[in-house]
Design a protein around this ligand. Structure first.
Ligand SMILES: Nc1nc2c(c(=O)[nH]1)N[C@H]1C(S)=C(S)[C@@H](COP(=O)(O)OP(=O)(O)OC[C@H]3O[C@@H](n4cnc5c(=O)[nH]c(N)nc54)[C@H](O)[C@@H]3O)O[C@H]1N2
Ligand SMILES: Nc1nc2c(c(=O)[nH]1)N[C@H]1C(S)=C(S)[C@@H](COP(=O)(O)OP(=O)(O)OC[C@H]3O[C@@H](n4cnc5c(=O)[nH]c(N)nc54)[C@H](O)[C@@H]3O)O[C@H]1N2
Ligand code: SF4
Ligand SMILES: [Mo]
Length: 752
């Protein structure tokens, strides 16, 4: 008899609740859970393919260990022995920084990824941390760090209540949203319009999201910071600044006004390719709307002025009084957030506390740029040791980071590499040990990260829908054992890792005057925790100490794991509410509108006023049924429109002698690739688009279906030198390329 089980979908930031149909131990169907307090039945084609993804025959079932150059199946014991043998000598001989840690995107989609990597970093004490954040949202963290004093305090547009949304460089109709967790983002945009609200989309492509908009601006790639600076300028010039209730919390207003004085609509129009009247209209509409939110994502982050653009988004929200008010952009309050401390000055946010060895690139949020990973392995310098070993968790940088060929080679030269990954793919094929987590149906789920970015406060937890298959190990246990093996405690009980975290957390909490457990006995509190295993006890701990928690009895009606388990469809915690000044941790205790590092970066933006790229530039795109580099192995999610083709405008196609469907050569600073042309007027002239995450044709991988239509790796066009200097984020959009028909020698191809 088939049964059903609930499971939160881990495949994108929307975090939809799914109802899985299970026959035996197989997931045979997935539909939206209509009773889910947040997603209310929404599902997309990816969620609907949960069963196919879960049962992918190419998923690794046992650990792999390299022996005489070949990976062979091994027991868990052999695998962790090999990890300890591989990592410890590197740390002991060359120091902790010679051991790199690479964390990929799915870490924000698993409980293991939320609970263990910070413990790992604390235990091995390496400064060589590289994550997907520096090919994604690091500019937003840096801007929030500087403005609000907390890199993780990211305001989220109040999609359900706003009257006006200015959406920049995001395509939620394909991506389902990012840094804005909202199941059924498309439905929310339609509802905004139905209630008389206005939607403006800024994107060089006429995306499905842009087609929904009242106004679409096909901006020149990379120019958003200029557009936003000019809008800010208009607000000041036309007396439209109205801080409202924010006034007592804002510093630096007049300094800001002065700093952006020369970014007038006329001055930026040529570089943005948006006319001055339109820029003025955008600013006036934003100021006039009863409530409004500016929201920007990948297209505004992965560009040379990503941090400035991210900053100006929140500057505009602040100057129009929309920050921290319903209908504007607010700070969510998640159930597992730390006990809110009383408002007041904080330590603020520092950048560049250390630097990468080769290019001397500054750290941001404790991370070095992923663009620097290859050189940190393959380049010797007098300053110190190159990376000799890597721990890679849920990351595929050979495809997701610039210059995959160089990284591919560099990974092959490491003394030791361990990958925690369900697939043998372009990156994990270099590992000496691969530790495969179980499929998602066998894993528990709670969204630690995305609840802090959600358009409604809510909390949900799903236990594994299917018991662990024999021979499988929970990813939480894999990471706990990995921590022990990496830190010289190989063989100890993995439960000790959770016990240690719990003891440390409680030890601190009882000393904090604002904590509900201030002054109590940590041992007595630890004994009160419930949960079937360490990770569940840690979830219970966070819920009980959190803003809605029971405070271990201090608030008897508050949240506990037991209460959450009684609500399998989740608990609604209400709409986003104003929270200022509590989230501010700047040294002034206020919003610092013009932080020094941003002011110092403005001259670089001023130089961009004069830029008029003459050649073609390339941007990315996402398809609804994709997910970065790792869903191309599921037949139901490939084919149709989800293909690795080069979009280009008919005018460009004609000029370049490129015909629809025929192969084109695309050349960038890092290399050359060939992909079929897809001629479309949904992209502005002068811009071409290729999706990322493709290029599944390397030997030694086990991706049967993906290998049949491998596509090409767009990031091979990059050489890793283009960065947003403040955040170290890679420039992935607006990169210069040359395009011509394949088969025609470059010298004979038409001028770009
Ligand atoms: N040109 C270009 N490049 C881009 C982007 C772009 O827009 N354009 N986008 C960038 C962005 S936003 C991101 S986030 C990065 C993503 O970059 P990465 O995080 O490096 O890439 P993913 O493709 O998400 O790879 C995730 C890896 O995790 C594995 N995995 C899947 N599920 C699990 C699990 O449950 N546990 C574990 N341990 N592993 C799992 C997969 O097999 C895969 O190897 O790519 C970036 N690269
Ligand atoms: N289906 C699907 N969903 C996903 C993913 C996926 O790979 N596939 N990845 C997930 C991840 S890791 C992330 S981070 C999110 C990202 O979520 P989104 O930010 O919504 O990502 P995209 O769909 O790539 O939309 C970015 C848009 O920016 C535009 N753009 C490019 N350059 C510029 C520019 O200079 N200025 C402006 N204004 N626009 C520009 C592009 O044309 C594109 O339409 O999606 C997540 N969801
Ligand atoms: S929108 Fe995202 S979370 Fe929802 S079903 Fe689709 S992939 Fe899963
Ligand atoms: Mo991402």
């Amino acid at each position: 008899m088939p049964r059903t089980a609930l499971r939160i979908c881990p495949l994108c930031e929307a975090t939809c609740g799914l109802t899985l149909t299970i026959e035996g131990t197989r997931v045979t169907a997935a539909r939206g859970d209509r009773d889910d307090v947040f997603s209310k039945g929404f599902i997309c084609p990816k969620g609907a393919s949960f069963g196919a993804l879960d049962a992918d025959p190419d998923r690794l079932r046992t650990p792999l260990v390299r022996e005489n150059g070949e990976l062979r199946e091994a027991s868990w014991e052999e695998a962790f022995d090999a990890v300890a043998r591989g990592l410890r000598p590197v740390v002991e001989r060359y120091g902790a920084d010679a051991l790199g840690v690479v964390l990929g995107n799915p870490n924000v989609h698993t409980m293991a990824g939320a609970l263990y990597p910070t413990v790992l970093l604390g235990a091995v004490r390496t400064r060589s941390l590289f994550t997907a954040s520096t090919v994604d949202q690091m500019p937003k963290h840096v801007s929030s760090g500087l403005l609000f004093g907390d890199a993780n305090a990211i305001p989220v547009p109040d999609l359900d209540h706003t009257d006006h949304l200015l959406l920049i460089g995001a395509n939620p109709l394909e991506s389902n949203g990012s840094l804005c967790t909202a199941p059924d983002f498309p439905g929310k945009l339609k509802a905004l319009k139905a209630r008389g609200g206005r939607l403006t989309v800024v994107d060089p492509r006429r995306t499905r999201t842009a087609k929904l908009a009242d106004r679409h601006l096909a901006i020149r790639p990379g120019a958003d910071a200029l557009l936003l600076a000019a809008m800010t300028n208009v607000l000041f010039e036309e007396g439209l600044v109205d801080l409202g209730d924010l006034a007592p919390h804002v510093d630096g207003l007049s300094e800001l006004r002065e700093a952006i004085e020369d970014f007038t609509p006329e001055a930026v129009a040529g570089a943005c390719d948006v006319d001055p009247d339109t820029i003025r209209a955008l600013a006036r509409e934003l100021a006039a709307a009863p409530t409004a939110a500016v929201y920007a994502r990948i297209g505004s982050c992965t560009v040379p002025h990503g941090t400035l653009a991210s900053w100006l988004v929140d500057v505009l929200n602040t100057l129009t009084g929309n920050l921290d008010r319903p209908g504007g952009a607010l700070f969510p309050q998640a159930a597992t957030d730390r006990t809110p401390r009383p408002a007041g000055p904080g330590r603020g946010f520092s950048l560049g506390r250390w630097h990468s060895r080769v290019r001397r690139l500054p750290e941001a949020k404790g991370e070095l740029p992923l663009s620097a990973l290859a050189e940190e392995i393959d380049t010797a310098t007098p300053e110190g040791e190159p990376l000799r070993a890597l721990i890679v968790i849920a990351a595929n940088p050979v495809l997701s980071a610039p210059d995959g060929n160089r990284l591919d080679k560099a990974l092959g030269s490491l003394d030791f590499m361990v990958s925690v990954d369900p697939y043998l793919n372009e990156t994990s094929r270099h590992a000496h040990v691969v530790l495969p987590p179980p499929p998602p149906a066998q894993s528990p789920h709670h969204d630690f990260a995305f609840n802090t970015l959600a358009v409604r406060n809510q909390v949900r937890y799903t236990r594994p829908a299917v018991p662990l298959e024999p021979g499988r190990m929970a990813e939480t246990e894999i990471l706990a054992r990995l921590i022990l093996a990496a830190s010289g405690m190989h063989g100890a009980d993995p439960a000790a890792v959770d016990t240690m975290v719990i003891d440390q957390t409680l030890g601190k909490a009882v000393q904090e005057p604002h904590s509900p457990v201030h002054g109590r006995d940590p041992r007595e509190l630890a004994a009160l925790l419930t949960g079937a295993d360490g990770p569940e006890r840690r979830l219970d701990l966070m819920l009980r100490l959190g803003p809605y928690g029971d405070g271990f009895g201090a608030r008897p009606d508050g949240l506990t794991l037991a209460r959450l388990l009684d609500h399998p469809h989740g608990i609604d915690l209400g709409p986003l509410r104003p929270r200022l000044p509590q989230p501010l941790k700047t040294p002034s205790g206020r919003i610092e509108l013009l932080p020094a590092p941003l002011a110092a970066d403005l001259p670089r933006l001023r130089e961009a006023l004069r830029e008029r790229p003459t050649g073609l530039v390339l941007v990315g795109r996402r398809h609804l049924r994709s997910n970065n580099s790792w869903l191309h192995n599921v037949p139901a999610l490939t084919g149709g429109t989800n293909r690795c083709t080069l979009h280009l405008h008919p005018e460009d196609a004609e000029r370049l002698g490129v015909r629809d469907g025929e192969p084109v050569r695309i050349k960038g600073a890092g290399g050359e690739v060939t992909a079929p042309a897809e001629v479309t007027d949904a992209i502005r002239p002068g811009v071409v688009s290729l999706p990322h995450g493709w290029g599944h044709n390397r030997p030694g991988t086990r991706l049967g279906h993906a290998g049949r239509e491998p596509g090409v790796n767009v990031n091979q066009l990059l050489d890793g030198t283009l960065l947003d200097p403040l955040s170290g984020n890679a420039v992935l959009n607006g990169i210069p390329v040359r395009v011509g028909p394949a088969g025609v020698p470059a010298a004979l191809a038409p001028e770009n």
